[in-house]
Ligand binder design. Sequence first.
Ligand code: E4P
Length: 217
Amino acid sequence: MKFFVDSAEIDAITELNELGMVDGVTTNPSLIAKSGRDILEVTKEICDLVDGPVSAEVIALEADAMIEEGRKLAKIADNIAVKVPLTWDGLKACKVLSNDGHMVNVTLCFSANQALLAAKAGATFISPFIGRLDDLNLDGLEVIEDIRTIYDNYGFDTQVLAASIRSANHMSECAKIGADVATAPPHVIKAMANHVLTDKGLDAFVKDAQKANIKIV
Ligand code: E4P
C-alpha cells in the first residue's frame, strides 16, 4: 500500500519523505488554509520535494470553472493530480481533465456507487473518506471494501485512495482490505510506530544496560 501524506506542512512532509515514507501528498482547501501559504506557491514547493503524485484541489463548483482551475493547477508540475469533488460537475471535469492526460483524484466520496461513477469518468484516484463516515456511526472501512470488490470485478484502473484516516488502526485495516493508497496526517503515520510493549521492553533494556554499565561507544 502506498502512503500519501495528508498535509500542506513542508517540515512534516520533509521529515517523512527523508524516511522513505512518502509516495505522494494530498492537500485540500482546509489544509492549504491551515498552512497560511499561497496555494500555488506551497503546492509547487511540495511537488519539488516529493516524486509521487501531489493532489491539489479545485475551488470552483461548476464543471467549466473546475476544468479551468484544474488546468492551471496541472501547470504547477508534472506530478500534480487535480482533485475534484464527487458531484455531477466534478465527474464532468474529471472526464475532461483525464482526457487531457492529467491525473485526477475524485474526492469527497462516501459510497460505492459514487466510486463506480468516478471510475467510469476516468479517475486516477478515488478518495473515500473513512473517518467522516465513522463520525456518523457508519462503516467507512466497509465502503473501502465494497469499492475494492467492484473495481476488481470489472478491472477498473482507478486506484482506491483511502482518505480521512484518523488512526493507525485505519492504516492496517486499509492495507488488509487492499486499498492501493492511504493518505494520512503525519501524526497518524508516526503513530504506526507506537506499541506499549515496545516502550515497556525498551525501558527494561535501558535499566539493565545502566545497571550492568554496558557501553558501546
Ligand atoms: C484527503 O484527500 C482528504 O482531504 C482528507 O483525508 C480529509 O480528512 P479529514 O476528514 O480528516 O478532514
